[in-house]
Design a protein around this ligand. Structure first.
Ligand SMILES: *Cc1c(COP(=O)(O)O)cnc(C)c1O
Length: 419
């Protein structure tokens, strides 16, 4: 459920009419609903209420905006970070280091040091090589880094190949059948307090079965490691729950997910950690855009909007669907292609889509743009970066400025020898 609905024929974010935001901030602009973020955070936590003291860390990469992180920090969420930049954001949003988990296959030495400097609660180690490096750095400082070993369970998450992370040939984690030996090697090193396992098999999962299969494999490994004398105090089950991108689609609920987790992990005797991203932020945001013009096409018209693939990359990257709705309700429908202005055919949001009939100047939204939206933006075609707005009740605030093409150009130089 989200808080983007029509009142008096005009689409609102909570109590704010979207045309008011377009007027004040310009378009395109991302608009987030605080009440929706809070609701999703609470529903997720309630879904896990059968578990003892779970650690819930928001996957910052889904939406790293400081205001969004602050909302979730106030809901008691920690942060799952995948770079030094994300770690700094989590801290800047007030998230306590004892709720910060550092994931990612390519943490640099500087990033490992930053994690130690800031005393985060857990490094998710993705390879033997990374574990050795972290152990050496920590030992040289006279410290022990608390860590979990990320396992690649070799299950097919049944999602888009570019967001699948738990197949044997994906780059993430260590292969399940190498795990006992790598765990034993790393656990014996001075610089590590290796007492956890971690897993994350992919994103936008529509089905709980692959998650359950992966968790069962982790349960078997856990028993095996304990039988070999290792301590396992924490298991991080990752993120991955999908969200509906099309009106009417249904996905497993956090309650169903929580019930499955409680059943599969009964008797594990560990603290469980969770890294939800999309399920918290996805439906809490829209990308508000204005129609530049409607161009006649051979089979269907092209509705050219002022948002493009640089602002919302998912359709171009994954062929992803985003519902496209008019801000001012209309019953008139057409079949159209919805495209941005960028000089790439891939800059197409929808092809032969049944959508509201719009004319130049009309406002519209791409829904479910709160996760993997603004954060994937680029400045391709020198378009600058879109601003972000947070709505709460009848208030709204710009929580990220528009960075125009001029500001980006200001960071560039022509060297002397070209004078
Ligand atoms: C991306 C990612 C997540 C979040 O995935 P969602 O599908 O957004 O829930 C969690 N953990 C790790 C390690 C990730 O890379």
């Amino acid at each position: 459920m989200d808080h983007f609905a029509s009142t008096g024929g005009i689409l609102h974010a909570e109590d704010v009419a979207l045309p008011a935001i377009a007027e004040a901030v310009g378009t395109p602009v991302y608009v987030y609903s605080q009440a929706t973020l809070q609701r999703h955070a609470r529903v997720f936590r309630e879904g896990l209420s059968a578990l003892d003291n779970p650690l819930i860390v928001f996957a910052v990469k889904a939406n790293p905006n400081l205001a969004v992180l602050r909302v979730l920090q106030r809901e008691g969420f920690g942060a799952d970070v995948v770079s030094g930049g994300e770690l700094r954001r989590a801290l800047a949003a007030g998230i306590s280091p004892d709720k910060i988990v550092f994931s990612g296959v390519g943490k640099t030495r500087a990033e490992l040091e930053l994690g130690l400097d800031t005393a985060i609660t857990q490094f998710n180690i993705e390879s033997r090589e990374e574990g050795i490096e972290l152990a050496e750095i920590a030992a040289a400082r006279g410290e022990r880094a608390r860590a979990a070993l990320r396992i690649n369970p070799d299950v097919d998450a049944g999602t888009h190949e570019k967001i699948s992370t738990g197949k044997a040939d994906n780059k993430f984690g260590v292969p399940l059948h190498h795990a006992p030996q790598i765990f034993a090697d790393l656990a014996a090193r001075d610089g590590l307090q290796l007492d956890g396992l971690a897993i994350h098999i992919g994103s936008q999962l529509a089905d709980l079965a692959p998650l359950e299969a992966a968790f069962e494999r982790i349960g078997t490994l856990l028993a095996e490691l304990r039988a070999s004398g290792h301590t396992i105090a924490r298991v991080d089950l990752g993120g991955g729950l999908g969200v509906p991108y099309k009106a009417g689609e249904t996905f497993p609920t956090p309650a169903e997910y929580g019930a499955m987790v409680a059943r599969v992990t009964a008797g594990w005797d560990v603290q469980l950690a969770f890294e939800p991203g999309r399920v918290i932020a996805g439906n809490a945001g829209v990308l508000l855009t204005r129609v530049i013009r409607v161009k006649e096409g051979l089979n269907a018209p092209f509705v050219i909007v002022d948002a493009a693939m640089n602002d919302l990359a998912r359709p171009a990257l994954y062929g992803a669907w985003h519902d496209f709705d008019a801000v001012a309700e209309t019953s008139e429908r057409v079949t159209a292609n919805i495209v941005g202005p960028i000089c790439e055919t891939g800059d197409t949001f929808a092809r032969d889509r049944d959508c509201p009939a719009l004319v130049a100047g009309d406002l519209a939204v791409f829904r479910t743009a709160g996760a993997y939206g603004a954060t994937m933006a680029s400045s391709y075609n020198s378009r600058g970066f879109v601003p972000e707005v947070l709505v709460s009740g009848s208030e709204f605030a710009v929580v990220a400025d528009r960075i125009d093409a001029g500001a980006i150009m200001d960071a560039e130089r022509v060297p002397d020898w070209l004078d």
